[in-house]
Design a protein around this ligand. Sequence first.
Ligand code: KG4
Ligand code: ZN
Length: 339
Amino acid sequence: MKKDINILAIETSCDETSSSIVKNGREVLSNIISSQIDIHKKFGGVVPEVASRKHLERISDVIDLAMNESKMKYKDLDAIAVTYGPGLVGALLIGLTTAKGLAYGLNIPLVGVNHIEGHIFANFIQYKDLEPPFVCLVASGGHSHIINVLNYGNYKIMGRTRDDAAGEAFDKVARTLELGYPGGPLIDKISKKGKADAIDFPRSYLEEGSYDFSFSGLKSSVLNHINTMKMKGLEINAADIAASFQESVVDVLADKLVWAAIEKKSPYAVLAGGVAANSRLRELLTEKCKENNIKVLYPDPILCTDNAAMIGSAAYYKFIKGETSSLNLNAIPNLSLSL
Ligand code: KG4
Ligand code: ZN
């Protein structure tokens, strides 16, 4: 009988301190996520120094909880997985040094994982039979990529944002509307009370055939609209603005993902990253895919947001190929996916 591979994973790239035990790449035995959102909320965004300090305070407890819940013993572990980029350097270093200490102490391999790659793997946890190839949109607070997932560890980036990431645009518009932080879920919620066609905000498709994104023009349009309304002394309807803004973002995201799926003959249009939790994106993508016979896949919200289970899953496929990391592995804040 094949031996089970148990990986303890650590994720600290931004404002979630997370640890998970993943068995054979797809079975999550525990996935503990300690979010710092309530702390950063006061500042309207993530404060890097505060994030690092909170990771340091919480990491040991989070790992203990992950181990306890999994019912595993340290001797049952085969590797330690950790996000080493992209992300906030101080935050990454807390996870990385902890992971190195564990790998060294237990004398088992360290497996460094790219955070963007990790987001894709949330879908392998969600859909136990899913296999590459497929196209995937990874949209979060820091990234918006359309990726052709050719195989485990083999990716071609078809498009990426040229300015703001999709989640960043959600967060900035929410701040302007004084909705709070993080903006994505709040805009998603308030949009349900607004009209998506109330304001004709621009949709940026860029050059024909391009899978790149640009959201800064849209963001400026929203700001201009709000300022103009204020100057004219007119009432600002936050629900209508949010719904119209959201529609502009998700329309372009969904269109480009469908086009990519058609071009690559992918049977699936796969979503990943924090923005994959957006209810209108899921709905609109499903509508657009129906016409083209493409199946829409997305992880549960808890696997969309930053979590260590997705890192443990990605690490498993590296581990079985012998792709482990040296204990000299460093944090790379701007790590790209083309490895
Ligand atoms: O993947 P994630 O947790 O962290 C990063 O890697 O950045 O993504 C966080 C981003 C934030 O910008 C947040 O506003 C956005 O995902 N987000 C959403 C929704 N839930 C989270 N954006 C739109 N709609 C949502 N429901
Ligand atoms: Zn993320």
